[in-house]
Write a protein that binds this ligand. Structure first.
Ligand code: G3P
Length: 236
């Protein structure tokens, strides 16, 4: 992971929410930057492609693309080139999000392209088995996200702790290096603390922050909870 990214890591996925589109994407990224500076917790954002450059130039927040295509430069109309998101200021990319599912061979190809372009690869997985398969492809990070909990406000770390526990166990049997995150329904600081207690090294969040009345306050709560849990884990 580049130095701007450390664990515990919070990544806010802006998806295509209007609350995080255009100027509002920059505003939300600035809030993430403020929380990260105030708490020392690493926070990244994943805006839409059209907002990557504006967000990256307006803040020091690590920016992730929500996807890149397994292509080389050339005649690929309508695709997203890794070189392009890199030049726009992205430090990494999500891969295989439940809302942008890919076949295994494409996930492998994108991880390789991301590595070549020095982009952090965060592979999203819908269950423990897919997480284990993804771990064998050697991405920088894996985020386990049960699709049925996405957008519900029912946190995976509270409603399905065994999914996080089993993912960490299965992934570690295959890959000791990969960072393991979890997401889906994370909406309170306690959800973040629970995720870390289960062995995740951070969270991938969206609606709990993007659609909050006060995204700054929610992100601050997430970061404080991560910091406290990390300290408690270190103290044993
Ligand atoms: O990428 C993370 C996202 O899918 C989780 O969504 O709204 O449940 O935080 P949400």
């Amino acid at each position: 992971m580049p130095k701007k990214l450390s664990t515990p890591l919070i990544i806010v996925n802006f998806k295509t929410y209007l609350e995080a589109t255009g100027k509002k994407a920059v505003e939300l990224a600035k809030k993430a930057e403020k929380v990260s500076l105030e708490t020392g917790v690493s926070i990244g954002v994943a805006p839409q492609f059209t907002d990557i450059a504006a967000v990256a130039s307006a803040t020091d927040t690590p920016v992730f693309a929500q996807h890149v295509d397994p292509i080389a430069p050339g005649s690929y109309t309508g695709h997203v080139l890794a070189d392009a998101v890199k030049e726009a200021g992205a430090v990494g990319t999500l891969i295989n999000h439940s809302e942008r599912r890919l076949k295994l061979s494409d996930i492998d190809a994108i991880i390789r392209v991301a590595c070549e372009k020095n982009l952090v690869s965060v592979v999203c997985a819908n269950n423990q088995t897919v997480s284990a398969a993804a771990a064998a492809l050697n991405p920088d990070a894996i985020s386990i996200e049960p699709p049925e909990l996405i957008g519900t406000g029912i946190a995976v770390s509270r409603a399905k702790p065994e999914v996080v526990l089993d993912t960490v166990k299965l992934v570690r049997e295959i890959n000791q290096k990969v960072t393991v995150l979890c997401g889906a329904g994370i909406s309170r600081g306690e959800d973040v603390a629970a995720a870390l207690r289960l062995g995740a090294q951070g969270v991938l969040v969206a609606s709990g922050v993007v659609k909050a009345k006060d995204p700054y306050r929610v992100l601050r709560e997430f970061a404080e909870a991560a910091k406290i849990q990390e300290k408690q884990s270190l103290e044993g």
